[in-house]
Design a protein around this ligand. Structure first.
Ligand SMILES: [Mg+2]
Length: 384
């Protein structure tokens, strides 16, 4: 099946947000970032500033030498995060949204009936009109080509205005589109790899695609064959969707309605144990315990109680569930289904080592994202 993947990237995002705040900036050369006397760098620069050669990640001192009239605006990251959330809400047209950074995301729309081009136009118009922000979109059959198409499309639009452009690579034209581009446009080819390839006279993706497998294996080991596929525009990577678990719960429907209080409590205990186990496996704890009760006539209630501190312990979950059950159970009334859940999840406070581990992972993730964005992005990237 042919996939439909969009790469959505706001144009000079921080600058665009600043222009909303102060419309007099529109069309003027300005940059968001640190001051030159503090060794600051350009986090984002307006398209007017780019006319002078100013670029993202450039030291502010250098930017000011290139463009003495450059206005420098201190970064207001909280503001950009807030607007980013609004953008992400607008592009939420499928369950397959992969957020890459504060101003960039993939959206897979394979399951939507409309053409990829019309979906891209709809999303761009929506962002233009609702938020008054410029955005460029690349559309292709996979993430790799959608991203490169977008970067390429943006570069075609030179001038003082944001590109706000849509670039579509139809199915089957991936390899032909990539062929004339520099090997460095490919994911995974940094300056070092590019140098290696250049040593063999391989400068374009087209030449790379025709390079014998053995040569690439000798150069890049087991990534060699992968590289060749990418050069042909083949990329089967799926969307990486953040799974935000909001609650963990289990329920059971009885084969025959139960009326015996002790038997029901025994079932509650089993459910509490299951929920506790799942929480601990996920290294989570929660502060709210919820029960669900459905009677034989299908009327259903849920009741919840907040714990004094987050827990993932079976007995605490059970005791709270039992309390809620006793408060709401009418003796002799047949019960069809019961459920136990824990929500308001957070890392367990009792297991400090896990928490530290999570933080370390978070740091590793952040540095990886930073590295990627440094190589491929135009703006300095922070994960919000
Ligand atoms: Mg951008």
């Amino acid at each position: 099946m042919t996939r439909k993947v969009l790469h959505i990237d706001l144009d000079a995002f921080f600058c665009a947000v600043e222009e909303l705040h102060d419309p007099s900036l529109k069309g003027k050369p300005f940059a968001v970032g640190g001051k030159s006397d503090q060794r600051g760098v350009v986090a984002s620069c307006s398209y007017a500033a780019r006319q002078f050669g100013v670029r993202s990640a450039m030291p502010m001192g250098q930017a000011l030498r290139l463009c003495p009239e450059l206005k420098v605006i201190p970064s207001r990251h909280g503001q950009y995060s807030a607007v980013s959330k609004q953008v992400m809400a607008l592009i939420d047209v499928s369950p397959w949204v992969e957020r890459i950074s504060i101003d960039e995301a993939f959206v897979e729309v394979t399951d939507l009936p409309d053409s990829i081009e019309s979906i891209a136009r709809t999303l761009r118009d929506r962002i233009n009109q609702t938020l008054n922000l410029p955005v460029s979109i690349g559309a292709a059959t996979n993430k790799l080509v959608a991203k490169i198409a977008n970067d390429w499309g943006k570069k075609q639009k030179t001038g003082p205005n944001p590109p706000n452009t849509i670039t579509v690579i139809p199915p089957g034209e991936e390899a032909a589109f990539l062929a004339p581009l520099s090997v460095q446009s490919l994911w995974g080819i940094g300056p070092k790899s590019a140098q290696k390839l250049e040593g063999l006279g391989i400068r374009t993706i087209g030449v790379l695609a025709q390079t014998p497998k053995e040569t690439l294996e000798a150069l890049f080991g087991r990534f060699g064959p992968d590289l060749r596929l990418r050069a042909l525009g083949i990329d089967n990577r799926p969307m990486i969707v953040e799974q935000i678990v909001k609650s963990i719960s289990n329920e059971i429907t009885f084969a025959e309605d139960l009326t015996d209080e002790e038997m029901l409590l025994a079932r509650f205990r089993k459910l509490a144990e299951k929920v506790g186990q799942r929480l601990r496996k996920a290294a989570l704890a929660g502060t709210t315990v919820q029960i669900k009760l459905r009677w034989s006539d299908f009327t259903t209630i849920t009741r919840q109680k907040t714990l004094p501190s987050p827990s993932n312990l079976d007995h605490e979950i059970f005791e709270t569930a039992a309390l809620l059950f006793r408060d709401n159970y009418s003796r002799g009334r047949p019960v069809r289904l019961i459920g136990v859940g824990v929500s308001n999840l957070c890392p367990p406070v009792r297991q400090l080592s896990l928490w530290d581990d999570d933080q370390q992972k978070e740091h590793q993730l952040l540095s990886a994202v930073d590295e990627l964005r440094e190589r491929y992005g135009k703006d300095i990237i922070r994960r919000a």
